[in-house]
Ligand binder design. Structure first.
Ligand code: GDP
Length: 303
């Protein structure tokens, strides 16, 4: 699948543990479900989500009268995929584009989670598709962030709007939006600084950025994408809850999934945050970004 390389660690960790549990399977009893719950929690699925999966699986195993290893294995895989597909109405994991004029994606998330890298990767993707791509270096706070984005721009061959460090991010975004409109760019990707330490300021800053965008492009931003680092496990969930309070997040970019053996965080995000994962980062290079597909993900874990 498209996740072959990037899921190697999780396959050896999370996937192998579930497979081992099934390999030693004798019958479906309390011990079996206890071990399953432990395995899920260890894989960053989270307590609440692990219990839910386990409970639903118990019902299903009874209902189907599942007895064999393969019955149970099928039921587990279906449950994991279902967490995505049947939980609520907002399971749309596709990215949305403007029907007319420039599309704007705003990237939020704390330092180091991989926002800038994700923007670079997406710029590459759209550039390859023949779209006219513009980047806005709206993280004017973190030292080096502007240069890093400019570097990505050079590497993938797209334009970048910058201002000096400590400038008002909304001013950078304003310049970028005007340029995108005037020069017919197809897509504008906006980097921001994610300082959760001061939620009120962050909220104001993001509101201001959004207002600047909406004034010029009423339907934008089409996406507000929150980047979360998969290797930080339950911390990522806490961050996401805080960002949800600060701004309207439309989807998650789960980065560094290649760096964890506990890919279960994907399930926790779905079940506990009710936010769709739209993109996953599977490495540091420009090609290491995938659209998220729950089925491919789950099958990728256990194959
Ligand atoms: P930002 O502060 O949110 O903009 O984060 P950066 O984009 O600067 O990324 C921080 C570090 O994470 C950099 O060293 C990136 O190369 C690395 N990184 C970002 N995405 C991924 C990923 O999907 N996989 C791996 N292994 N590293 C990543």
């Amino acid at each position: 699948t498209r996740y072959d390389k990037g899921l190697a660690k999780s396959r050896k960790g999370f996937g192998a543990k579930i497979n081992a549990l099934l390999a030693n399977f004798r019958r479906v009893d309390e011990d079996f479900f206890e071990e399953l719950e432990e395995t899920l929690i260890e894989a960053d699925v989270g307590f609440e989500t692990a219990m839910k999966i386990s409970d639903e699986l118990q019902d299903e195993v009874k209902l189907r009268n599942a007895k064999s290893k393969s019955d149970v294995s099928d039921a587990i895989i279906e449950r994991l995929v279902d967490i995505y597909e049947n939980e609520g109405q907002d399971e749309d994991n596709t990215l949305h584009f403007a029907s007319e004029g420039p599309t704007v994606f705003l990237f939020v998330g704390v330092n180091g989670v991989g926002k800038t890298t994700t923007i670079g990767k997406l710029a590459h993707r759209y550039q390859q598709e023949g779209k006219k791509v513009l980047l806005a270096a709206g993280d004017t706070f973190r030292a080096g962030a502007i240069e890093q984005l400019a570097e990505w721009g050079k590497r993938v061959g797209v334009d970048v709007v910058t201002k000096p460090e400590k400038s008002d991010p909304a001013a950078v975004v304003y310049d970028a939006v005007i340029k995108a409109k005037k020069e017919d760019y197809d897509i504008l990707l906006v980097d921001t600084a994610g300082r959760l330490q001061n939620k009120v300021n962050l909220m104001k800053e993001l509101d201001k950025i959004k207002r600047v965008i909406t004034r010029e492009l009423p339907d934008a931003p089409q996406e507000v994408l929150l980047a979360l680092d998969a290797t930080t496990g339950q911390n990522a969930l806490t961050q996401a809850k805080q960002f949800k309070e600060v701004t309207d997040v439309t989807g998650i970019v789960l980065t560094k999934l290649d760096g964890t053996a506990r890919g279960g965080i994907v399930l926790a995000i779905r079940n506990e945050l009710h936010l769709p994962v739209k993109l996953v980062g599977l490495g540091e290079k420009m090609d290491d970004l995938r659209d998220f597909s729950p089925e491919e993900f789950v099958y990728g874990l256990f194959k």
